[in-house]
Ligand binder design. Sequence first.
Ligand code: 13P
Ligand code: SF4
Length: 320
Amino acid sequence: MDRAGGKKDMDFREEFLKYKKEKNAVLLAHFYQVGEIQDIADFVGDSLGLAQKASEVDADIIVFAGVHFMAETAKILNPDTKVLLPDMEAGCSLAESCPPGDFKKFKEKHPDHIVISYINCTAAIKTMSDVICTSSNAKQIVESFPQEQKIIFAPDKNLGAYINNVTGRDMVLWDGTCEVHDVLETEAVIKLKLKNPDAKLIAHPECKSAVLELADFVGSTTAMLNFTKTDKSKKYVVATETGILHQMRKESPDKQFIIVPTDETCSCNDCPYMKLNTMQKLYLCLKNERPEIVLSEETIEQAKKPIEKMLEISRRMKLI
Ligand code: 13P
Ligand code: SF4
């Protein structure tokens, strides 16, 4: 079917790829993008992999097929490169749950605590953080501090509670959640497990603790993908966003993946922000070189420190 300007999806892809070459651009995509975008990306990964890649990219333009905080992170780590986000409305409920003014007051109430922030937060929150983490390295980042160190963990209370549980810490948690993962319920998981007794349950740590307690494996998108590649089972019940199934099916075509439904009628756990990116928007943003991520030098300088600390710890622990 024809879209705006008379171009078909196929044309948008071809035109985008043509501009990518001409303009010395790279496309970085998160696992929650639609399959057609993942398939043309120079790199597809989870938040940690994308941050690392963004810091290394040697190009004139990064087109970021993900959400705003990820593109911001890319700009902070690679400030001389133009970073484009196809749709500026691609936000994140976790990042939005933590307004800088409120977080500043929260921090002031806990003056003897350091701040570990999940990468799913705004650049302003990063400037108030001692170190950043992702779901791939949260446990190791927390454990890089002495047991007695007092810690504020923001903004995801589910990931924070999970890390408290596995590390025996008592971090103070900011009350934020991911609107995609937090709605997955144990009832739906149990129903699927009863229907598929031969399946293993794999879950992202942004899910509620009751769901995580039922899981055979808990991990970031990359960790879950690697698990399904090496594990012996043939069937998995997957508690996360639907986009990751694209890579799981590509990597293990002989295995079956069943997504945990959000309710009785829908198995469509699509992140509404991630899915704002389309082939047409990718093409338009590279053609027009906007919308562009713009940050002040001061924000870049302050936000870079905790992200680089995360990358340095991750390198040391051989996580990247
Ligand atoms: P990871 O990419 O770190 O697994 O996080 C998932 C997510 O929700 C990204 O927004
Ligand atoms: Fe944010 Fe959740 Fe969407 Fe990830 S899946 S971008 S955490 S709303």
